[in-house]
Design a protein around this ligand. Structure first.
Ligand SMILES: Nc1ncnc2c1ncn2[C@@H]1O[C@H](COP(=O)(O)OP(=O)(O)OP(=O)(O)O)[C@@H](O)[C@H]1O
Ligand SMILES: [Mg+2]
Length: 267
């Protein structure tokens, strides 16, 4: 039997509030494909990730479907053990008095924070595992520190820990290095590369070409809810495709397996 794709979207029309973000979108991502999604602000990247993560559903219509791992229906709890998510938006939803350990533990509950009665649902083994993950991510000493007293990079590592508690096969990363300085970004990316080496699949949204790890094989370019180009990274990342995507002249250089975008000479 062939393996079901991670996600299969067929002829989907997807709204965010009153905004129609996608119309007749069809795209499929395999379970072990390493994918990056690029596109201008508002092109639909986060919306697409929310569809994969079951936070958003397309309009119900004949002959239109979204299947995750071959299934139409999922219970959110079950899905979390397959797909983990890290996003700036999720980070912003946490109360500033939530501690590092609470952020990681909230992954077990698929909640934002573990205030009140939720905390009693967690076992000692889960708490010990969460601490181990924090140690691995180099934030073990921040278990009891509230988010407001952490740097953005430290907060983001706790959030990665949250995504990892279930040891999901796939990690969805929406601008995971937004707001991080160069050291914190490179550290984060090195951790992500290590996770890929250890068999995780990454679906990465980023604005920075130089933050696409060499392991990413496939690139999808989005513009206004349409796929401008989709295929092997080396073939998709052309100046012509970037111009069509961003309506801006963009030069591209390739260095040591990484890509760089820079503006053309203006004089
Ligand atoms: N809650 C909402 N209600 C209405 N429209 C929304 C909502 N959230 C997003 N949109 C609209 O949906 C479209 C796609 O937004 P989305 O967040 O997917 O873009 P994006 O590609 O992730 O952009 P960015 O690079 O800025 O993160 C935009 O036109 C946006 O204005
Ligand atoms: Mg976004």
């Amino acid at each position: 039997m062939t393996e079901a794709p991670l996600i299969e979207i067929h002829d989907a029309t997807i709204y965010r509030g009153d905004t129609r973000v996608f119309e007749n979108l069809s795209v499929s991502i395999g379970q072990h494909e390493q994918v990056a999604i690029l596109g201008p602000n508002g092109s639909g990247k986060t919306t697409l990730l929310k569809v994969i993560n079951r936070e958003l559903y397309p309009l119900r219509r004949d002959n239109s479907w979204v299947r995750i791992l071959g299934r139409d229906r999922w219970n959110v709890w079950e899905l979390r053990s397959h797909i983990g998510i890290v996003s700036h938006e999720l980070q912003m939803r946490y109360r500033s008095d939530t501690t590092g350990l609470e952020v990681v533990l909230s992954g077990y509950l698929s909640s934002v924070g573990i205030h009140g009665a939720l905390a009693s649902k967690l076992s000692a083994a889960q708490k010990a595992h969460a601490r181990d993950i924090m140690d691995e991510l180099g934030v073990g000493s921040l278990a009891d520190r509230p988010l407001r007293n952490m740097s953005t990079g430290q907060q983001r590592r706790c959030l990665l820990g949250r995504a990892l508690v279930h040891d999901p096969d796939t990690l969805i990363l929406d601008e995971p290095t937004a707001g991080l300085d160069l050291t914190a970004s490179f550290d984060y990316l090195a951790r992500i590369r290590r996770l890929v080496e250890n068999g995780k699949t990454i679906v990465l949204v980023t604005h920075l070409l130089n933050e696409i790890p060499p392991e990413i094989e496939r690139l999808i370019l989005l513009r206004e809810g349409r796929i401008v180009a989709d295929g092997p990274k080396n073939e998709v990342l052309t100046e012509e495709n970037l111009r069509r995507t961003y309506d801006t002249d963009i030069k591209v250089a390739k260095i040591d397996g990484y890509f760089l975008a820079y503006p053309p000479n203006s004089h």
